[in-house]
Design a protein around this ligand. Structure first.
Ligand SMILES: [Zn+2]
Ligand SMILES: [Zn+2]
Length: 302
């Protein structure tokens, strides 16, 4: 089955020329997008006024599972690093789940993340705790001007697909539909404890990869940056906490490389591969660097 990215020539209607690349958003749109992405956090204010139910906690677990999949498998390992290949229709499904996390669209998310890898812990890194401080790396960078204007030129490989450009602009549609589904299943308790609490927890875990996983943990690989392997974030972050492993070998789908480095995200990828929905999974990490080997530079997509 041909994968969607290595097709010799995509349909003419799907090929965007450089001037058609997504642009940075206006100040007004940036404010609106930040407010929409903050809905789960703002919704937590209602916790004292809404009683939880068994259904609402089940929804919370389901939303956390869905968001974890959307972040680590979709946003990160597929769109940012192309750690496996898939078809065009399933690529759109991955983009839909990525957008449903409330962490903006796949082009926006991955453009910032690729820049993080190519400029780790330097002034060009949009969320480095060593260059900008803990609060900036954790959440503050989202309110700065660079967050609204990522360099979409480094996302040409995906920006040529109009359906992904649409998702990147209207990421709030799948995100808000999750909230509607939670209301229909569990009422307001479903919204507050399922949608808001579930999304907010995964959002904090994602933020923690940018902050804690660059400050606390072990560095088995000399990556030349501050990335760490943090076992707690490795478990609750569906493998994302093995961040030093990841900075060492960014294109590899497997972040937890030892038997005791639990990587739920990789298990999900193996399951999708078994179903035949994805293929060419990059499973073998780069060998450890030799003492004199220069630090690799790049976004980790080639
Ligand atoms: Zn990092
Ligand atoms: Zn990465």
């Amino acid at each position: 089955m041909p994968d969607v990215l290595s097709a010799a020539s995509p349909p003419a209607t799907s090929a965007l020329t450089e001037p058609e690349l997504p642009r940075g958003v206006s100040r007004a749109r940036m404010v609106i997008e930040i407010l929409v992405s903050l809905i789960p956090n703002l919704g937590l204010i209602a916790i004292p006024f809404v009683s939880p139910s068994v259904t609402s906690f089940a929804l919370c677990a389901g939303v956390m599972l869905m968001c974890s999949f959307g972040v680590t498998v979709c946003h990160h390992r597929y769109f940012a690093h192309r750690a496996f290949k898939t078809s065009r229709w399933f690529q759109f499904v991955l983009g839909w789940f990525a957008s449903a996390t409330g962490q903006r669209g796949p082009l926006w998310w991955s453009a910032h993340h690729r820049r993080h890898h190519s400029h780790s812990d330097t002034d060009g890194d949009v969320h480095s705790p060593t260059a900008g401080g803990f609060f900036h790396a954790h959440v503050g960078w989202l309110f700065g001007k660079p967050a609204s204007a990522p360099d979409f030129r480094i996302m040409r490989d995906f920006a040529k697909f109009p359906e992904l450009v649409w998702l990147d602009r209207f990421w709030a549609v799948p995100f808000l539909l999750v909230g509607v589904a939670c209301y229909l299943i569990g009422g307001w308790a479903g919204v507050v404890y399922g949608y808001c609490l579930g999304c907010a927890i995964v959002l904090q875990i994602t933020f923690s990869i940018n902050s804690f996983a660059h400050l606390f943990g072990k560095q088995p690989h000399r990556t030349g940056d501050s990335s760490r392997n943090n076992w707690l974030l490795g478990v609750i972050g569906f493998g994302e906490g093995w961040h030093n492993n990841h900075h060492h070998s960014p294109r590899t789908a497997r972040l937890g490389v030892k038997w005791n480095q639990i990587d739920f995200g990789y298990w999900m990828i193996l399951f999708l591969e078994r179903l035949g929905l994805i293929w060419s999974v990059r499973k073998t990490p780069r060998p450890p660097r030799t003492p004199n080997e220069p630090r690799p530079r790049g976004s980790g997509v080639r």
